[in-house]
Design a protein around this ligand. Structure first.
Ligand SMILES: Nc1ncnc2c1ncn2[C@@H]1O[C@H](COP(=O)(O)OP(=O)(O)OP(=O)(O)O)[C@@H](O)[C@H]1O
Ligand SMILES: [Mg+2]
Length: 582
């Protein structure tokens, strides 16, 4: 029992979320008390109805007792509805608050967190776990409180009504409670198992549905279909076991409970015959016995929910208490708003947290003058994209520092830093929204005309206008309804709209045909003027005109120069150039 109570501790963490609604909670408690008192009063009126109502001595008292009974029912109905509404309202409200709080927190976590935590897991916490908490904070607490009230009141009234019958009843109690105790746990374990199996099968389904093209291209439909139906069958057989135990349990409960009632009734009837109690007292006693039995069962049922909700709350709070590794500097140096955007990467060494032994950048040094354009080239895995990740401060370097206008970016406000940098990433990310809104992500305040201008500059306007609903066309999840090159141009339009003083282009034109790329390069030339720009490119033709090319290999700068000076030298660049141009 003690360990069970310990397991409930996480539920205390929900208390801060309840605090704003203290007034409503007190009101619910008031309704609860009034309703419980009304309910406990009813059997007394019933006793008087039976003992005096049916005797035809005079018609006087009978009306009073029936009116009292009606009045109690009215009070009970009114206050239990009020309590139900209030408590459920609190449950819904608190869960809405918890959901938003967790989401707002999670969306600020650093990439490292998402490398170890699956998005599906977070989603399930946001939906399933919060729903579990809701069932307890709302319905569960409501039922538990009411039952606890009625249970304790009912017990007292049982003994008040007839101590002899009460003692007799409690002698029989273990016979009823014991099977519930034993089988109830088994049912709970099995229902937990069913849920886990259901979660498994949705995991299997979502994995395959997210990669439906691959599944079909490799003709894995049958295999995936079997995997899914296997796990569905497993959840079915877990459910079957649970149903069997439940059915057995309810059979046993009905049998023992009815036997107990019959025995008590029997004893009671004999007491009525020998005149030690009245018929009304016996009926009153039976009513209280039903109350006590009903609320005991209700508490038993809710108890399982409460335990599961405690687990859910624990997982939610874990999520809420994880601190992002990258945090914005508070009260640090003033952010140079009108700086000239000189970027200095000073001897940075860095390894990704998941690869402790492998340096993605090794004593990397790069000084970019304000308004200069620099190109990073080098083989796959050289660390080019990593430079961008560090500039955006998704990670902090292990040693060395990155400075913008002389300020370490670790001392800057994180949002202000990222607002200043525009990126066209290696993998375009589009949202299930219209073309217009997808471009507007670059600058949510931009008017429609500005969005369209950006699309024109990115050479995206032509193909967008040919889409079924033009700029209003929805792109489907992950932009599935556009070609790779079209997606890339949307991403470029987004960066153009953001109009950042520092621009990072990671293979921004790699998916385009030679002609489109040529056109876009001209547009990008305009965009690059008066900005600090870093371009990553595999196709050396795209960086031929760039003033300074940095050749990277295994996280180091191995050479630097112009296209002309680098091709003259024997080295990595001239080898790459030879392969591409000849
Ligand atoms: N999130 C990550 N976690 C762990 N290792 C990573 C992560 N991202 C990249 N790496 C590793 O860091 C190294 C550098 O990767 P990076 O993405 O910077 O290469 P790149 O030069 O951009 O290559 P490409 O031209 O193929 O895009 C690689 O060895 C890669 O496997
Ligand atoms: Mg890359």
């Amino acid at each position: 029992m003690l360990t069970n109570i310990d397991k409930l501790k996480p539920l205390r963490r929900a208390l801060p979320f309840l605090r704003p609604y203290t007034g409503r909670l007190l009101f619910a408690l008031l309704c609860l008390t009034v309703a419980a008192i009304a309910a406990l009063g009813m059997p007394i009126s019933i006793r008087f109805v039976i003992d005096y109502g049916f005797s035809n001595e005079n018609g006087q008292p009978i009306d009073v007792y029936f009116l009292a009974l009606l009045f109690l029912s009215l009070v009970y109905a009114l206050f239990s509805s009020l309590r139900y509404y209030t408590v459920m309202w609190i449950g819904e409200r608190v869960v809405a608050d918890i959901r938003s709080a967790v989401y707002k927190h999670v969306i600020r976590m650093s990439p490292t967190f998402f490398e170890v935590t699956k998005a599906g897991e977070i989603l399930s916490r946001l939906t399933t776990d919060t729903t579990l908490v809701q069932s307890v904070v709302g319905a569960g607490v409501s039922i538990a409180l009411r039952s606890a009230f009625v249970l304790s009141g009912g017990l007292i009234m049982l003994f008040v009504t007839s101590p002899k019958l009460s003692l007799f009843l409690f002698g029989l109690l273990p016979v009823v409670v014991l099977p519930v105790w034993i089988y109830g746990r088994k049912v709970r374990r099995l229902s937990r198992e069913t849920q886990d199996r259901v979660a498994d099968s949705s995991g299997i389904a979502s994995e395959a549905l997210n990669a439906i093209h691959i599944v079909q291209a490799f003709t894995l439909e049958d295999l995936q279909g079997h995997r899914f139906s296997d796990s569905v069958e497993q959840s079915f057989s877990a459910a079957k076991r649970r149903l069997f135990v439940s059915a057995l349990l309810s059979g046993i409960i009905v049998l023992t409970a009815f036997s107990a009632i019959v025995i008590v009734l029997w004893t009671g009837a004999r007491s009525v015959i020998d005149g030690s109690i009245s018929a009304g007292v016996l009926v009153q006693f039976l009513f209280y016995a039903t109350f006590v039995a009903g609320s005991t069962t209700a508490i038993g049922e809710v108890w399982g929910d409460v335990q599961r909700a405690a687990g859910a709350m624990e997982r939610l709070m874990e999520l809420l208490n994880t601190k992002p590794e990258i945090t914005s500097a508070t009260g640090g140096k003033a952010f140079p708003v009108n700086g000239n955007n000189r970027v200095l990467i000073e001897n940075v060494s860095f390894n990704y947290p998941s690869r402790p032994g492998q340096l993605a950048l090794n004593e990397f040094f790069l000084d970019i003058a304000p308004g200069e354009t620099v190109a990073l080239v080098g083989p796959s895995g050289a660390g080019k994209s990593t430079v961008f990740q560090l500039l955006l401060r998704f990670y902090d370097p292990r040693s060395g520092a990155i400075l913008i206008d002389g300020t370490d970016i670790r001392d800057m406000d994180l949002q202000a830093l990222r607002k200043r940098i525009g990126i066209v990433p290696q993998q375009t990310v589009l949202f299930a929204d219209s073309v217009l809104e997808n471009i507007r992500f670059g600058n949510p305040q931009a008017p429609d005309e500005a969005v369209i201008d950006a699309a024109v500059t990115a050479h995206a306007d032509d193909f967008i206008r040919q889409l079924p609903q033009g700029y209003q066309t929805s792109l489907g999840e992950k932009g599935a309804r556009l070609s790779g090159g079209q997606q890339q141009r949307i991403a470029i339009a987004r960066a153009i709209l953001k109009d950042p003083p520092i621009l990072l282009l990671d293979e921004a034109t790699s998916s385009l045909d030679a002609e489109s790329e040529n056109l876009l390069q001209q547009a990008l030339q305009e965009l690059m003027a008066n900005r600090t720009v870093i371009v990553i490119a595999h196709r050396l033709a795209t960086v031929k005109k760039v003033g300074r090319i940095i050749v990277m290999e295994q996280g180091r700068m191995v050479d630097t120069g112009t296209h002309a000076s680098l091709t003259e030298k024997e080295g990595l660049y001239s080898r790459l150039a030879e392969l591409q141009f000849n």
